[in-house]
Structure formats: structure tokens, C-alpha cells
Design a protein around this ligand. Structure first.
Ligand SMILES: [Zn+2]
Ligand SMILES: [Zn+2]
Length: 598
């Protein structure tokens, strides 16, 4: 499957063309045309490539003329643009790489290339370090230092892998290793993956095997291995596609607890735990717990017995951040964390009526197969009217079909929509259309570069709409690809509480939005959270586990998550006027606590 061309891809293409023309010294008119097109496309809430494929007239869009429209068509049809390739050939290689460094505009890149002969980011870094860069016109010491910082930040970012990709890689390698190693008994991920961090550094795996000697060579021999870094009895390190380092260690069954604990981290958690052990005359290492006085090392087959030896209950890996978890464990105050099995519904997904891949009934059948009590079908609103978002008429038709399917699946099917929050905070459907819906998600899909105040006010205005049930993927970030929008999260969560609006934990692994710290603040403020997959494909319904992990890292129990409540309680909340929802949710949380204590 080829990756579809996104609006971001097209924006990058035109911004690059504008920059290359500027470096070449082309006419301002031409440069501005590409910049204007890039800006326009950046603001669209629908897929330009889809519109192009559907044969729609792109010239209807202000800022897109004949030449630009043809280049979009060419890009979508062939995957590249001849004019772009020609420009790239005329300039020194790596010019684009230099342009991607924040602070390096076209003029600076031109000067760096012409006057300093710089052809790569590594050479730019050197020039920044030895002071040559600062001497360029309009540069100076401060700007050169900033550029150096950006280079380092970029390198840090590219060294870590988004959780979803790391988890998929781990699953694939695990399957291949079990095939290759008949003696393999268990293979357990440790490290940041086991803690469900947003991004993963190296992938740590711990193997228990009846034939330990076969395990390392088997890993090194997998087809996906690019490079073998270390191959020894205790540890094998390789780099697999797509560039993830795997450290595989061989454990002993009777000592697995200490090893798993040690390599799960976090570093900060382990430092605090070590201090805690030291005060009891004990020392920790990857093989066990040593009594300092006698120098005897005790072994532990699992983490429960390891923590137990320290007088602590087992601490879930998601909580091991070196924050308050040790105090909570000691005081018997660890939260009863939500699990995947607690979820009773999924309230954000798309069918092929908008940009999903499956027809309504296939999507609904797949949700029913998850064993849920309720769901909401939430195709996109019409946006700017060109791509596949639903018009009010199509929405009315969809609602009628959904009502007709209501009794077929033994599950409550809510008629919903994911409605754009326009740049000024107005909803993309008028109130009478929103009033037809059971469940309204309000999401930002365009104009993402608004300043903090404008963006905050925009989302606040959406929350104040009496029909808006929940804010979807509030920050709009895409891990490793798109930075979050700028907003005042405290103001948003306070408003969510005051208006009775729920906040989504979007479980799509490239989003994880809200992120853990924001979700924790929502929990503290009594804002109901909803864990949704935002599925565009039936396979994605199982991504709910990534959202559950975010909630667990935010110390959430099932009582904090709306779609962990039985249908009757969730629908009771939803049918109450928004002004009454905060009090109702408080009562639900209190009731759930009393229930679990009984
Ligand atoms: Zn969305
Ligand atoms: Zn969506």
C-alpha cells in the first residue's frame, strides 16, 4: 500500500519550492505564489489529494491557480513534481536539509552555501561551533547559538521512535524469534515500551529459554536486522528496520523479577527505589536483592515478590516515573488503574461516508465484535465543502440508516459527528443540525498555527456550545511529525469542567492526545475523560490499549473514564443538560468508588 499524499506533504513541497526559488534568486511574484498556496492548503480541513483524485476543480480554492493546481495533480498522480526535481538538481545537495533546521531561512541558507561552502547539517553544526556561522550577515552570536540548539533538538527527536511503531516492531520481532527458537519460553519487553512512554529509545527484551545459546544468534539472523552491534552470552544488540535498536538479554527463571524490574526503569524510579532499599540495609541489582550485612543475594522469580521483599505492593510499570508512586505504594494509596477490559464503548470512528475505509455496517459489526455496550459513529462534518465531509442532508440520511440498525447488534448506536471547530470557534454545523445528534465531537483540523490566546478562545467557544459533548484530540499533535497547537491547557480543562464537556484521550498511537500529564490534570479537576480509537479502519479498534495506557499513566481508574461506565449511567450523563453534567459526573465517580470499596 502506498501512503496517500497528505496536505502536510503538499505544504512542504510548495514551501520547499518557494525556498529553493528564493535561494536561486527568482522573482518575488513566483515565490509568493508558492508560499500563498502552501498557506492556503495548510488551513484546509479536508484532503486535497482526495479532492484531486475525485476530479474536483482545485482552482475554486482561493490562492490556487492553474500552475499550482497542475502541480498538485502531477504530485498526486505520479508521486513527484518535475519542476521541483529540476530545482533540486540545480542547487547544491542537502540544501533542503539545511532549510529544515529552524532559524535557517532561504537567505541564510544561500549565504551559508555561497560564503561558507556548507553542504550538510554536520558542516553547519561545525560552522556554528567554530564561530564562522555567527559572522554571516544578519546572523550574530545569539542566532548561531539558537541554530546549534535546534540541530541538537532535532537529533534527539529523531533518535526516539513513536510508541506505536516500537510496539509493532516488538510484536513482529517476538513472533519471528519464537519461530526461530524452539527453546524460547518467554520474551518480555522492558524499558520505556513496558512503561508505555510516548516515544521509545532502545527496545529492551528479556528472554527465558531452555536453550539460551540459540537466542542471540537467532535475533542477529532475523531478516529485519540491519546491523549487529553486540553479540555475547548475556546480551545481543541489533538494529532492526525501521532503525530501532534492540537489546536482548537472557534471564534466569528464578531471578526474572529483579531483571525485569531493573530494565523496566524508569531510571528515576530505580534511583528512588534503591535509596528506599538502602535505608533497609538492602541493595538492588539486576540479579536480585542483596542483604548488605551478609552479602547474600536473594533471587525473585517475579516483580511481585521483588517489591514485596521491600515491603511494597507491586507498582504498575506505567506509574514508575520517579514521582509520587513510591510514597503512594508505601501508604497503600496506589490507584486501582483502568484496564482495557473496563471499556464498554468507543465513541469516535469514521465510516466510508467520510474518510473511513469501511461501510457503516462493517464498522458497526466490528465494534459489536469488541463486546461493547455502546458506540458512536462520528463521520466528519462538511468542512470547507470540497472533500468527503457530510453535508446536513447526508448527515440526516445517515442518522436515519443508523436508527434503523439500532436493534440489530444488541448495542446502543449513537448518531454522532466529528464537527470542525472553525478558526473563529464557530461549529461547522448550525445548532439545529447539531441538535439532531446524540453525540457531538468538536475538533480542530485546520488553522493550527494560531497563537495561544486565539486557539484557547477558539476551543473554549466550542465547549460553550450546548450541543458539544466532547473535544476530540485537543492538541492535534502527531508524534514525531506535527507539534501540538499552542493553548492554555489549564484554562481549557477548567472550562471543560464548568461547561460539562468531556475531553478525549485519542488512542491513535500517533496521537495519544490528551497526553498523560494533561489527562492527569483533567482527572484532578473532575473532567470526564473518554478513551476513543478514532478508527478509520476496523483493525484500529484494538488501538484502545494505547489510550488506556495514557489513562493509566495519568493514574486514572475506570471511574474517571466515561466510556467505562455501563450504558445506563453513561447515557444518563449524556442526556442531562450540560449545566448538570459536572455534578452528575461527581456522583458517578463517588458511586463507583463506594461500589469498588464494598
Ligand atoms: Zn479528527
Ligand atoms: Zn476522527
Amino acid at each position: 500500500m502506498t501512503t496517500p499524499i497528505s496536505n502536510d506533504d503538499i505544504v512542504t513541497l510548495f514551501n520547499n519550492m518557494a525556498a529553493m526559488l528564493e535561494i536561486k534568486g527568482d522573482t518575488v511574484f513566483k515565490i509568493r505564489a508558492y508560499q500563498r498556496a502552501a498557506n492556503t492548503i495548510d488551513q484546509l480541513s479536508w484532503s486535497l489529494a482526495t479532492a484531486a483524485v475525485n476530479g474536483e476543480d482545485l482552482k475554486k480554492i482561493p490562492g490556487i491557480g492553474k500552475a499550482i493546481s497542475e502541480k498538485v495533480q502531477e504530485y498526486v498522480a505520479t508521486g513527484h513534481v518535475v519542476a521541483y526535481d529540476r530545482l533540486a538538481e540545480e542547487l547544491p545537495p542537502n540544501v533542503l536539509e539545511l532549510l529544515e533546521v529552524p532559524g535557517m531561512g532561504p537567505k541564510t541558507v544561500k549565504a551559508a552555501v555561497d560564503e561558507l561552502g556548507i553542504g550538510s547539517v554536520a558542516e553547519l553544526e561545525q560552522a556554528a561551533l567554530d564561530g564562522r556561522l555567527a559572522q554571516l550577515p544578519r546572523m550574530g552570536k545569539r542566532s548561531a547559538e539558537n541554530i546549534l540548539r535546534h540541530i541538537h533538538a532535532q537529533r534527539m527527536r529523531s533518535d526516539r521512535t513513536p510508541l506505536g511503531i516500537a510496539a509493532e516492531t516488538c510484536a513482529a520481532v517476538t513472533e519471528q524469534l519464537f519461530d526461530a527458537c524452539p527453546g524460547l519460553v518467554s520474551l518480555t519487553p522492558a524499558g520505556s515500551l513496558r512503561r508505555w512512554e510516548e516515544t521509545i529509545g532502545d527496545l529492551d527484551l528479556i528472554a527465558i529459554s531452555e536453550n539460551p545459546a540459540e537466542t542471540g544468534p537467532a535475533l542477529a539472523g532475523l531478516a529485519s536486522v540491519r546491523e549487529t552491534l553486540v553479540q555475547g552470552d548475556a546480551k545481543t544488540s541489533v538494529v532492526v528496520d525501521p532503525g530501532i535498536q534492540i537489546d536482548l538479554r537472557i534471564g534466569e527463571p528464578d531471578a526474572l523479577g529483579a531483571m525485569l524490574q531493573y530494565f523496566t526503569g524508569s531510571q528515576q524510579h530505580n534511583i528512588r527505589l534503591r535509596d528506599y532499599a538502602n535505608r533497609q540495609g538492602l541493595s538492588l541489582n539486576e540479579y536480585g536483592i542483596t542483604v548488605v550485612d551478609t552479602a547474600v543475594t536473594e533471587k525473585f522469580p517475579d516483580e511481585e515478590s521483588f517489591y514485596g521483599r521491600l515491603g511494597l505492593p507491586w507498582i504498575a510499570p506505567e506509574l514508575r516515573r520517579g514521582a509520587d508512586e513510591l510514597d503512594a505504594a508505601r501508604n497503600g494509596e496506589l490507584p486501582n488503574l483502568i484496564t482495557v477490559d473496563d471499556l464498554r464503548g468507543d465513541l469516535h470512528m469514521h465510516s466510508d461516508w467520510s474518510d473511513g475505509k469501511f461501510p457503516l455496517e462493517e464498522m458497526i459489526a466490528a465494534v459489536a465484535a469488541m463486546g461493547y455496550e455502546y458506540m458512536a459513529l462520528t463521520d466528519h462534518s462538511q468542512g470547507l465543502g470540497v472533500a468527503n465531509g457530510l453535508t446536513p442532508d447526508r448527515l440526516a440520511a445517515q442518522i436515519e440508516i443508523l436508527r434503523g440498525l439500532q436493534d440489530r447488534y444488541g448495542m446502543v448506536i449513537l448518531c454522532g459527528s466529528e464537527v470542525d471547530i472553525r478558526a473563529d470557534g464557530a461549529m461547522d454545523f448550525p445548532d439545529d443540525v447539531l441538535g439532531m445528534l446524540d453525540w457531538v465531537i468538536a475538533s480542530v483540523h485546520n488553522a493550527m498555527s494560531q497563537d495561544r490566546e486565539t486557539m484557547t478562545n477558539r476551543i473554549v467557544r466550542a465547549m460553550e456550545n450546548p450541543h458539544v459533548s466532547m473535544i476530540g484530540h485537543a492538541s492535534t499533535r502527531l508524534l514525531g511529525r506535527r507539534d501540538p497547537v499552542d493553548f492554555d491547557i489549564e484554562a481549557l480543562l477548567q472550562t471543560a469542567r464548568a461547561t460539562g464537556t468531556a475531553m478525549e484521550i485519542n488512542a491513535a498511537p500517533e496521537r495519544l492526545d490528551l497526553k498523560d500529564t494533561h489527562a492527569a490534570r483533567a482527572r484532578e479537576l473532575g473532567v470526564p475523560l473518554v478513551i476513543n480509537t478514532d478508527s478509520h479502519h476496523t483493525d484500529s479498534l484494538s488501538n484502545q490499549r494505547y489510550g488506556v495506557a495514557v489513562a493509566r499513566r495519568a493514574w486514572c481508574g475506570p471511574q474517571h473514564v466515561l466510556n467505562a461506565y455501563p450504558a445506563s449511567e453513561f447515557l444518563g450523563w449524556l442526556r442531562a443538560p450540560k449545566a448538570e453534567r459536572a455534578a452528575r459526573f461527581d456522583a458517578m465517580v463517588a458511586g463507583a468508588r463506594a461500589g469498588s470499596a464494598a
